[in-house]
Structure formats: structure tokens, C-alpha cells
Design a protein around this ligand. Structure first.
Ligand code: NDP
Length: 289
């Protein structure tokens, strides 16, 4: 018996393939949807781009999963009507909801290239709307069904949430930090009804994230390679893959394995969040010179 047999999951985020890296450049959402479906779940996939959703569906079907185990819903997750459709069609089609993965999210770069406190205030609104507010409202709408199923919510946060500063992505970091507090508080509220809420906090992952924040392919790859080659950025020396994050999310959605974890935001970042300025350099070499 597969571990998610009989379960129904919604995974938000439309799963793009970018930057010309065919084998590994799918988004985190796509990796989650494929893993859940392979482990027996019926999965609703959603995003704004029908072509990418269809690609994801075909990748799932190629894994030997029946087409009727996948429901595609094209919608903007920040829209109330879109969220209603997402929940209602999932229930109509699959009859229940066990797992909600709030993966859709991104940062917004200022159109004039401003960073820090000068970044346009409309970017703050967009960031909060997508990365925080849409998750709160979708949770409200899914709550009834998750309580019926004694289900699980897993949110996707970011290392940008802190506790270190993140001035280049100031509003994105703030929105994800607010999400972390929502994860903690919602977890305590909903565990009374048997629903668990947890979160993952990825560091750098090779996905379409660069494209989303309007970075060119070259600039994104340059950034990734620079971070991989500098232990001050990523101590383990490599960017994460979407499958790394998907595996942790599946663990948090699997009550048999993680039932005692409630309201936690778990770092998955190759060690990045443990680095202090002092550790970024080989102090023994400095002392020897
Ligand atoms: P992607 O850009 O590949 O995925 C983000 C997804 O969110 C896209 O598929 C996008 O789909 C979807 N999305 C954005 N806006 C909306 C919207 N309004 N309505 C519906 N869907 C929307 O990047 P990742 O896979 O990397 O990102 C997944 C999550 O991981 C995000 O929450 C991100 O913040 C987080 N994360 C990523 C890190 C990384 O290094 N890659 C690091 C830390 C956190 P579409 O635009 O097609 O609708």
C-alpha cells in the first residue's frame, strides 16, 4: 500500500520549467505533485498557466498514474473566486481533502530597480497578497474539509524570512516571516480539531524562481554558481533540487512519520541559515597570515 493511497492533495503553484536545465529545473510544486501522485494521492494542481499545468499532468501520467488522479485548475491563487473554484472542484471531483500544500509564491522586484526601504510600496502589497494573504484565505476555505479528514497543511516559506536581514527582497522576506507566524498560530488553533500545520523554509533551490523575479537566465545562473562556490552562502556547496524540498514536504504531510511535529518551520538550505559573518571566512588562515 502506497503511503498516500486514498488521500487527496491540493498543491498550489504552476510548476514551470525554465533556464534550459531540462532534468532538474522544474518548480518545487511540480516535484511535490509528482511525488504525491506516485505515492498514491489524487492531486489537484493549480496555477495561472495552462500549458505548464498540462506539462505537469503529462509528467505525472508518464509515471504510470491514471489521468483521473490529476485535476488541473487554472486560476490566480490571490483571487477569492479562484480559491472557491479550487476547493469546490476538488471536493466535487475527489470527494475529500486531506493535504493542502501552499507552495505558490514569489518576490517582486521594483520596476525601477530600487531595493531596501526605497522599494515601491505596491510591491509590499503584492508580496503580502500572494505570499501571506492568499494562504490565510485558502486555509479558511479548506478548513472544514481538512477537519473532516484530520488532514495536514504544509506551507512553503523561505530563508528570506529571517532571522537574518534580506534587504534586496525586503517585502518578500517580510511576507514569508508573516507566513511563519501564521503557521505557528494556525497550527495551535487547528490541532484542536486534529489538523496539523507545518512549513518548510528552503534556501536556494534551482527552479524557475529567477524567472519569476524577472532575473535573466544568465544572471540567475551566475548567482546560483556564485553561491554554490562560496561556503559563506551554501556550506554544503550546492543549490537544492525541487525533489529535496518535495521529500521534506511529503514527510510533513505523512502523519505516520511526523505526527509529533506541530507548527514548525523546518529549514532546508544546505546549512545556509547557520552561517554567521565570522564563520564565512577561514579565521585560522587569517590568524596565520
Ligand atoms: P517557481 O517560480 O517555479 O514557482 C512559483 C509558483 O508560484 C509558480 O509556479 C507560479 O505559477 C506560482 N504563482 C505565482 N503567483 C501566482 C498566482 N498569483 N497565482 C497562482 N500561482 C502563482 O519557483 P519555486 O518553485 O522556486 O517556488 C515555489 C515556492 O518556493 C515559492 O513559495 C517560493 O517563495 C519558495 N522558495 C523558493 C526558493 C528558491 O530558491 N527557488 C527559495 C525559498 C523559497 P504561475 O506564475 O505560472 O501562475
Amino acid at each position: 500500500m502506497l503511503r498516500f493511497s486514498g488521500k487527496v492533495a491540493i498543491v498550489t503553484g504552476s510548476f514551470r520549467t525554465v533556464h534550459g536545465i531540462e532534468s532538474s529545473s522544474n518548480g518545487i510544486g511540480r516535484a511535490i505533485a509528482i511525488l504525491f501522485a506516485r505515492e498514491g494521492a489524487k492531486v489537484t494542481i493549480t496555477g495561472r498557466n495552462i500549458k505548464r499545468l498540462e506539462e505537469t499532468k503529462q509528467m505525472i501520467v508518464k509515471n504510470g498514474i491514471p489521468e483521473e488522479h490529476v485535476l488541473e485548475i487554472v486560476t490566480d491563487i490571490t483571487s477569492g473566486e479562484g480559491q472557491n473554484e479550487l476547493i469546490n472542484l476538488t471536493i466535487q471531483t475527489f470527494g475529500r481533502l486531506d493535504i493542502l500544500v501552499n507552495n505558490a509564491g514569489t518576490g517582486f522586484l521594483d520596476a525601477e530597480g530600487k531595493t531596501g526601504v526605497d522599494q515601491n510600496i505596491s510591491d509590499l502589497d503584492k508580496s503580502i497578497n500572494l505570499n501571506t494573504r492568499s494562504i490565510v484565505t485558502l486555509t479558511q476555505k479548506a478548513k472544514k474539509y481538512l477537519i473532516e479528514a484530520k488532514g495536514e497543511i504544509v506551507n512553503v516559506s523561505s530563508k528570506a524570512a529571517g532571522p537574518q536581514a534580506s534587504p534586496d527582497f525586503i517585502y518578500y522576506g517580510m511576507a514569508k516571516a508573516a507566513l511563519d507566524q501564521f503557521t505557528r498560530s494556525a497550527a495551535i488553533d487547528l490541532i484542536r480539531h486534529g489538523v496539523r500545520v507545518n512549513s518548510v523554509s528552503p534556501g536556494l533551490v534551482r527552479t524557475g524562481f529567477g524567472e519569476t523575479i524577472e532575473m535573466s537566465d544568465d544572471a540567475f545562473e551566475k548567482m546560483v554558481q556564485s553561491m554554490e562556490s562560496n561556503k559563506a552562502y551554501i556550506p554544503c556547496g550546492k543549490a537544492g533540487q525541487p525533489e529535496d524540498i518535495a521529500n521534506l514536504i511529503a514527510f510533513l504531510a505523512d502523519r505516520k512519520l511526523s505526527s509529533y511535529i506541530i507548527g514548525q518551520t523546518i529549514a532546508i538550505d544546505g546549512g545556509s541559515s547557520l552561517i554567521m559573518g565570522m564563520q564565512a571566512f577561514d579565521m585560522m588562515d587569517v590568524l596565520k597570515s
